[in-house]
Design a protein around this ligand. Structure first.
Ligand SMILES: [Zn+2]
Length: 166
């Protein structure tokens, strides 16, 4: 019975950050149209809203970049988490935190990324049965803590991502 590799990136943090970023950027777009409407009647207020809407969309897009990095830059996952928390906070003045929802989503996503530990995410070794092998003769495979790929037990580095094993 072959086991599928455990996810090698913080899945919850990844999706929460994406949803948070999308909500904050979406509220930014709404503010943009509100700002245009206001500019017609109250130019001062409208200009302020337009500025906030641009900054809100920017914060939302930066959150999407952070989510993208969560899937790749594993070594920096806690640092990216801190960045996500800061961006969630930055969304508060510009889009009211994506009306609160985007702020909460990104904040929890950032905290999950900070707390995420690759080594605690799955066993270093896993028993698998290669296809065609006798089912009662499982072979010990080494699981990469970084990317989740399996290598032969004697290997000292990952055959997929090249990271040396501790
Ligand atoms: Zn690897």
């Amino acid at each position: 019975m072959a086991q599928s590799p455990t996810p090698s990136y913080p899945v919850g943090a990844y999706y929460l950050t994406i949803f948070g970023g999308v909500v904050i950027a979406f509220v930014g777009v709404i503010l943009f149209f509100a700002g245009i409407t206001f500019t017609i009647f109250f130019s001062e207020v409208g200009t302020t809203i337009l500025t906030f809407s641009f900054l809100g969309v920017l914060v939302g897009l930066l959150l999407l970049v952070c989510a993208w990095m969560l899937r790749r830059a594993h070594r920096w996952t806690p640092a990216i988490g801190v960045l996500i928390v800061l961006l969630a906070g930055a969304s508060l003045p510009f889009t009211l935190g994506g009306f609160g929802l985007g702020f909460v989503l990104a904040l929890v996503g950032g905290i999950l990324a900070i707390l995420w530990k690759p080594s605690a995410h799955g066993p270093m070794f896993v028993y698998t049965t290669p296809a065609g092998a006798a089912p009662n003769l499982p072979s010990l495979q080494r699981v990469c803590p970084t990317c989740g790929a399996m290598s032969s037990p004697g290997s000292t580095f990952c055959s997929k991502c090249g990271k040396p094993y501790a």
